[in-house]
Design a binder for this molecule. Structure first.
Ligand code: MBD
Ligand code: FE
Length: 299
């Protein structure tokens, strides 16, 4: 889908009249769908027996819910209409990453010894500009938000420093918007790949992101309001950390005491992932700083 124009007749939310808000919600779903369709496939696809097992059990699980709650034809038609609309809105990546990915991540990281990971979410973009170990993420001259120095070291599980480890970082701005998924932001705003020094060290200067609200004018927003849920993720930094001979880790870091750290709609917070920054001591003394080390499992 390349059509990123707003279709108010699809949203059913006439109360949203701010064009900037409408454009953001409609464009972000389509952009996430487009991005996913160009993604390199991860690993091998399932074989026939595996597809049979998984598809049969998913369908049976749905049947069970229908029987238990005696689902009506009106409800069945509402589900059908909603699923069609999720696709038209381009919101399947958003839906799946918010309500399903956390369990996929859980079952695929059970054996990990090193740092905890969590879900990737819909807004990763590969091949962000590369920077040396001490760097400032690309940002606008007047970028809002509290300055944040995020520093640490990447080591292997046995403590060996991983020189040249790659720290890919991406996050929302102080208004909760991601570059390439919201209009009006520079292409690589708050996205970068930092290469660790000889000791595996890195010092990344950025700004603290705002909490993220699931777009309210798309299909995911309609589900959220129809069910009486809230639409928020806590403020978070996204990271992918990798080094030769080691397992890549995809993670997110949160801020202690921030809103929705305890009730993330995407269920992606783990206690090990909550940062507690302190007022910056170095540099010009502006903003906050925090140290966080990454430990990578061997491949
Ligand atoms: C996000 O920013 C995000 O990280 C996830 C998982 C889902 C929606 C928006
Ligand atoms: Fe995110």
């Amino acid at each position: 889908m390349t059509d990123t124009t707003v279709h108010p007749e699809h949203t059913g939310h006439p109360e949203h009249t701010d064009p900037a808000v409408q454009a953001t919600a409609a464009a972000s779903g389509a952009a996430a769908t487009d991005r996913f369709r160009t993604k390199r496939p991860a690993g091998t696809a399932a074989d026939t027996r595996r597809v049979d097992t998984l598809a049969t059990e998913v369908i049976s699980a749905v049947h069970e819910v229908i029987r238990r709650h005696k689902v009506t034809y009106a409800e069945y038609d509402a589900l059908k209409a909603w699923m069609i609309q999720v696709g038209l809105d381009g919101e399947w990546p958003l839906f799946l990453d918010v309500w399903i990915e956390n369990v996929v991540e859980e079952v695929n990281s059970e054996d990990r010894q090193g740092s905890k990971g969590t879900i990737e979410g819909p807004y990763y973009v590969p091949d962000a500009p590369s920077f040396p170990a001490e760097a400032t993420l690309p940002m606008r001259e007047d970028e809002g938000g509290t300055p944040l120095l995020f520093q640490g070291r990447v080591t292997s599980v046995d403590g060996t420093p991983l020189a040249g480890a790659k720290i890919e970082m991406w996050h929302a701005d102080a208004d909760g918007f991601y570059s390439q998924y919201a209009p009006g932001l520079p292409e690589w705003n708050l996205r970068g790949t930092v290469v660790a020094d000889e000791q595996g060290g890195f010092r990344i200067h950025t700004v603290e992101p705002a909490p993220y609200q699931i777009p309210t004018d798309g299909s995911c927003g309609r589900l959220i309001s129809a069910a009486g849920w809230h639409a928020w993720r806590p403020a978070h930094l996204h990271l992918k950390v990798s080094a030769p001979g080691h397992q890549l880790i995809t993670t997110q870091l949160y801020f202690r005491g921030g809103s929705h750290v305890q009730d993330d709609i995407a269920s992606a917070v783990k206690p090990e992932l909550i940062l507690a920054p302190s007022p910056a001591s170095s540099g010009d003394g502006n903003g906050n700083e925090v140290t966080y080390d990454f430990v990578l499992d061997r491949a």
